[in-house]
Design a protein around this ligand. Structure first.
Ligand SMILES: NC(=O)c1ccc[n+]([C@@H]2O[C@H](COP(=O)([O-])OP(=O)(O)OC[C@H]3O[C@@H](n4cnc5c(N)ncnc54)[C@H](OP(=O)(O)O)[C@@H]3O)[C@@H](O)[C@H]2O)c1
Length: 176
């Protein structure tokens, strides 16, 4: 999507049945996954939909130590501390030249992920081992198109986590 030197990566936590959100929020409390999200994305540009931006707690608007880029079709939308753009192409332009732009992270939510699945090369996937009701979903990642590069069982478990998780990093299989 951006240029040949940039890896476009999705980072998402997904329940067994595909749920990623409910009522504009995350339907779980997973400090271990928030820590992993921070570790992976810090120092890189993060791209998110307007709804996900609005779901961030005030203290994390913007997410610190990351260039925050917010997608919206609303002219004149204000997101203090973030760059507001009207398209993925403009998100790329905004990310280029910023710190850590060799890897750009798509951080949600459902609408943005659906569009980014066609563009991304890498997925950092936290599997939440539960069926959870919700209103926002992430698709199944087809194994024939996305090779597993690493798997991590829930070794970084936090006693405050509401669910068991595991973690996969996958890369798109490029046809020769
Ligand atoms: N589990 C996870 O890892 C995870 C991660 C992030 C978010 N979430 C959850 O996901 C939910 C939010 O997801 P969502 O699908 O409702 O909303 P979203 O994807 O965060 O944002 C959707 C908005 O983005 C803008 N947009 C979408 N495509 C665009 C494009 N091509 N160009 C410009 N603007 C575009 C539009 O904003 P306008 O309407 O302003 O035009 C649209 O309404 C929340 O429940 C949140 O907690 C979960």
């Amino acid at each position: 999507m951006c240029n040949t030197k940039t890896v476009l990566s999705i980072i998402v936590a997904r329940a067994t049945n595909g749920t990623i959100g409910q009522g504009g929020k995350l339907p779980w409390h997973l400090p271990s996954d928030l820590a992993r999200f921070k570790r992976i994305t810090t120092g890189h540009p993060v791209v998110m939909g307007r709804a996900t931006w609005e779901s961030l707690p005030e203290a994390f608007q913007p997410l610190p130590e990351r260039t925050n880029i917010v997608l919206t079709r609303q002219a004149g939308y204000q997101a203090e501390g973030a760059i507001v753009v009207p398209s993925f192409a403009d998100a790329c332009i905004a990310a280029m030249g910023t710190h850590g732009a060799e890897e750009v992270f798509i951080i949600g939510g459902g609408e943005i992920y659906r569009e980014a699945m066609l563009l991304a090369q890498r997925i950092y996937l936290t599997l939440v081992h539960a069926q959870i009701s919700g209103d926002t979903f992430f698709p199944t990642v087809p194994p024939e198109s996305w090779a597993i590069r690493s798997i991590e069982p829930s070794k970084h478990w936090d006693p405050r986590d509401t669910h068991v998780t595991s973690f996969q990093m996958r890369e798109r299989i490029m046809l020769p």
